[in-house]
Write a protein that binds this ligand. Sequence first.
Ligand SMILES: [Zn+2]
Length: 386
Amino acid sequence: MTLLLSLAVAISFSTKFEGGNLGPVETVGPLHYRCPVTGEADHQNRNRQASWYYFRIDGARNQPLTLDLTNLLGEYNYQAGTHAVTANTRPVYSEDNRTWRHLTDSEVSWNDTRKELTLKLTPRSNRVWIAHVPPYTNEHWARFRPQLPGGVTIGRTVGGRPLELFTIGNGPRVIWIMARQHSWETGTSWMLEGGLRWLLSTDPAAVQLRQNFTWKVLPVSDPDGVARGGVRYNSNGYDLNRNWDTLDPVKMPEISAQRAAVLAWLDSGKPIHLFITLHNTETQDYVDAPPAFTPLAQRMYDALSRNTSFWSKSPGPRQTAPSTTQGMKGRMSVVQGLFADRRVPAMLLETMVEPVPTLKRPRTIDDWQSFGRGLIQSLATSAEAR
Ligand SMILES: [Zn+2]
């Protein structure tokens, strides 16, 4: 009877919520499901990346589930055969869609022949959520946003969502921070929120940084992608961290609006001492800047090493090439584009989502937020000396 009852309750998968995404699930055996990761390709149907899934499972309490994450292969900068979900990926699990834990080593296995990640878990609740990394959606940002001063709308996305620029502090030295050019990279939003919470606090060190610096913040560069559970392209398929050399206000209004805001600031005679764009990657943290700004990037690398869980395989900052794909139009990142246009001292910070050797775990929301506090301090230290 018990068996019949449990079979009668259907297990269902859902992605009908902000940021939700998973391909059509296929049942291959009792409590065994194949779960294709949708992935996303660009406007030329190239550079497919499959590093975002976020779904709910209902009706599976106490049932030992086997979930194969499939269809992971893609391309990166036109190199085929890459995959952002790897043997070291530890997806996150939640019973309240708010607090997340990473699946343990024993709950995850990698099939290197098929390039598939299999999750074996037994939900302890009738409704649970699984995601690649702890989700941070437009709803999260909307909850935090009222605490920020000085927000202005600088443009609209393809989908009509406002793009905002915030100003904190009024000091003579100026730091710009950009995040979520790629919608899957939620760690950077947790990091930014943690950093800004601290910067706005009554901590005397934070008060000092509001007096000594003007902080310009572009928090969510692709809110359309965040809403639909996208990976790294805007609604028209354009990578917002390429294409800084091909301005098109219709196809990629996000870049046009952000670039216009930066240039208007410079054209009004105001300086930028440091510009940083925040990104997530898989296997290590790193800082990357044009060779002209290696000393600045080195200060940032050193400060991050002191103040945060920053873990880099390279002994210092990396040097950015003039373009991500030489000789091809539409391949300049924001760092490359702003350097080519105005020699802005811009840099990229990549932070990893796989287990961090310094922490011996993948970063939790708390880890991202405390990294954010260290990030703000590191930016100030680096920009002070210039
Ligand atoms: Zn990115």
